[in-house]
Design a protein around this ligand. Sequence first.
Ligand code: DI6
Ligand code: FE
Length: 410
Amino acid sequence: MTGPAWDLLIRDARLATLVPGAATGVPARGALAVRDGLIAWIGPDAALPAGATAALELDAEGRLLTPGLIDCHTHLVHAGHRAAEFEQRVEGASYEEIALRGGGIRATVAATRAADQAALLRASRPRLEALLRDGVTTVEVKSGYGLDRDTELKQLRVARRLGELLPVTVRTSFLGAHAVPAEFEGRADAYLDFVLAEVLPAVAAAGLADAVDAYCEPIAFSPAQVERLFQAAARLSLPVKLHAEQRSDQGGAALAARHRALSADHLEHLSPSGVAALAASPTVAVLLPGAYLHLREMRPPPVAALRAAGVPMAVATDCNPGTSPLASLTTAMNLACTLFGLTPAEALAGATRVAARALGLPDRGQLMVGLRADLALWNADHPAELSARLGPSSLATRFVAGRPDHAPTR
Ligand code: DI6
Ligand code: FE
């Protein structure tokens, strides 16, 4: 009798399925099979169908298997670094002071404009490779360090190119409304007119953005300006998301919720009415504890209120040179627990199932028959180990659409 013919069979793994309602603690041992890049079968080893064959079989020896991690908020495509600014901040200068002096985002804009596409790719690739070594199989990458048409396009092309060169899904967000560039100093509305007339249409025509993002802060863009951008995104049928309530309460989360945004990100200064607005919307809260740590913030996002209201919480690195030079999603998970009070189970859901939702990707983020076989096998047996450790990564290997990166290491 012939059984199913699979491409990959992983036996004797501890399957952290991340399916809502699944038991917590050390997961039961079981097997997972893949066919044509999708999860084809999950169950106890003893229940494997008779006669099943697989092109590649792997004994996980009781190790933890999770969905591949999803980093749903990064600015990893950029040139240069901001170490001198870090020195100034350690000596007491604030992020806003440095930005007002022409440093901050504008410093990275100058470096990113100056780099040609090959140099930008060379500078960015190691950051993505670091994320992959830590179990990431899907990553979001934003523009926003160009702030002119050609450099925004260049950043997004480099992001797309990285997704062709490396085994990872790259989702891009257009963040032209990240800061007002020097040449538009004091003329944020004029800059936004330019973005809406010349940059966003070019980005959309080239198919380079999967979503549109903005930075809603007094040092960047007002809610009224973000509203204009979101209306333009809607006309292009592009989903939106927003950097909201990072440094002050602008009502950004409520604005994002009103536009049924994919996510509202940061949220340290989120008000009770902002929590309620998110709870009444499909919008996910994205927590970015790397930026909170690096800026030595004192006010964490209202995690207990978000949890009580049932708002799904994702966790991401915010990988960027100014406020979160972090290229490890498991470290972000640790920080979400230690600094924000997430449980390790919430942090893992935040870097898998909820992060998939934050990117509008219902085809991944859980171990479930029919979903993409993006997997991470760990030298660990308890899911909390992923959040408990502060590096080095305990990843054994990743599988992207069922294809292993390399033989699993111990
Ligand atoms: N919030 C952040 O934390 C980053 N961007 C944003 O809108 C910081 C970007 C930078 O300082 O380069
Ligand atoms: Fe960010």
